[in-house]
Design a protein around this ligand. Sequence first.
Ligand SMILES: *Cc1c(COP(=O)(O)O)cnc(C)c1O
Length: 223
Amino acid sequence: MKIKKNIEHFRAVIPPHCTLIAVSKTQPLEKIMEAYEAGQRAFGENKAQEMTAKAESLPNDIQWHMIGHLQTNKVKYIAPFVHLIHGVDSLKLLQEIDKQGAKVNRVIPCLLQIHIAEEETKFGFSEEEVLQLMQSGELENRKHVRVKGLMGMATFTDNTMQIRKEFTQLKSFFDKVKSLQKPDTVEMLELSMGMSNDYTLALACGSTMVRIGTAIFGERNIH
Ligand SMILES: *Cc1c(COP(=O)(O)O)cnc(C)c1O
């Protein structure tokens, strides 16, 4: 009941051009079904095997978003069905997605993850690396990947000024890339930023996809 209310709440506060991704990692199938019955179709997971197992047990019209760090050797598990891979953080991973996409005859939509936080631990390209990648020729003729935009995670802090600064910086980089001449496999349509504790700021800074876990499902079981 509470999950349904939370979904309805987010649907009311998120603008129509923005997608709500219900982050269901570690959550059991029945909780996901509660959200599904409230009309939610986009779900986010951060482990390939967990996502695959859930996809096999749940309705076919769910759109599965891979939001975590993805190891290259795990791409094959999700290639047949994944809706969007948010955390592409290396050329090696992009090459593997292209290869696995070819095997299953799909064009797999991806976002490039940009490192915007102060923490060293968060994955992602620097802005410079993305610009270099775009000019390297490596993105040309990759028929089985399509870069749809960017993703970022702000520093984990209560300092809203800091978070706003990081989201604003990502949005302006997104706009810059959008205005550049790009390889034919790259479009700048989606900007995935914002989680339970910072989605309001993210929306104010131009997010088109928010990834909300705790604020929908409650605290996660640690496993
Ligand atoms: C877990 C996770 C989220 C959701 O976090 P909440 O704070 O529970 O909303 C969003 N994005 C990524 C990349 C995550 O790993």
